[in-house]
Design a protein around this ligand. Structure first.
Ligand SMILES: CC(C)(COP(=O)(O)OP(=O)(O)OC[C@H]1O[C@@H](n2cnc3c(N)ncnc32)[C@H](O)[C@@H]1OP(=O)(O)O)[C@@H](O)C(=O)NCCC(=O)NCCS
Length: 226
């Protein structure tokens, strides 16, 4: 006899098919969860003008700069989930602070099973900057990486004049790892590279500040045994 299909419950399907939607990271007064498609219009409305898109992303002729920027907010999200592989992934986490959506903290990795190294990028609305939210949201994803995904190192980079981004990294304990030139799309741009090892993370005692829930069903997404 054929079995009846499982009952469909609105809102439950997400976590059944994509358990990443049930992942929660908490650090200090911020909570992070996966960005949902229903967040995209809101995120596009609040993204600050100092958050720079990848200068090498394709711009569609016939769309002005603002329209291309809006289009990219959606397409970058779909690409992140649509191309997910345990070897190579981008985890865009929505940042909630005082009950409001205030930014995005991304964690990403290339060839993670071999390199066990994560990179990150983030933005916050201006109204909540300078209160430690940037540090808390970066710590949240680093807690996931170092304490649950067996990452060995985290790397990041920032413009030499991006004091807030460099301030977040240095506050957490990243150490400078050289500078280098990249093609900004308008000529060469000098970046500061930084690196934080698992040993540095643990020595700083950050682990106890981060709580991760909902990870078990996500383990295969990161190439880990269930
Ligand atoms: C980067 C960003 C997320 C940081 O968030 P934030 O809430 O402003 O940062 P915090 O309040 O947690 O501050 C982190 C540290 O940087 C320092 N800092 C903040 N702004 C600074 C500035 N303009 N110059 C120097 N230091 C600065 C803070 O004093 C703090 O260090 P401390 O704890 O040692 O005092 C936020 O500023 C932002 O969205 N910037 C625009 C987008 C961007 O540049 N993203 C990074 C590129 S991937």
């Amino acid at each position: 006899m054929r079995q009846a299909p499982p009952a469909w419950h609105p809102g439950r399907m997400d976590t059944t098919a994509w358990p990443l939607f049930g992942l929660r990271l908490h650090c200090r007064d911020v909570t992070l969860r996966l960005v949902r498609e229903s967040d995209l219009a809101r995120l596009a409305a609040i993204v600050p003008d100092d958050w720079e898109d990848n200068p090498h992303s394709e711009r569609f002729a016939g769309l002005d700069a603002a329209q291309n920027r809006l289009r990219l907010r959606y397409q970058d999200y779909w690409r992140a989930l649509g191309t997910w592989s345990p070897a190579s992934w981008q985890l865009p986490m929505a940042v909630e602070y005082s009950g409001a959506l205030v930014g995005v903290q991304q964690l990403e990795a290339e060839n993670f099973p071999v390199l066990r190294t994560v990179d990150s990028g983030s933005w916050l609305i201006r109204e909540v900057r300078g209160r430690g939210v940037g540090v808390a949201m970066r710590m949240a994803v680093l807690g996931l990486a170092f304490d649950h995904l067996a990452a060995l190192a985290a790397v990041t980079s920032a413009d030499l004049d991006n004091g807030a981004s460099l301030g977040v990294s240095r506050r957490i304990g990243y150490t400078d790892n050289g500078t280098g030139l990249v093609d900004s799309g308008h000529g060469p741009l000098e970046l500061q590279y930084l690196r934080l090892t698992a040993a540095q993370w643990q020595a700083a005692g950050h682990s106890r500040e981060v709580t991760v829930t909902g990870l078990d069903p996500c383990r295969p997404w990161f190439g880990l045994a269930p």
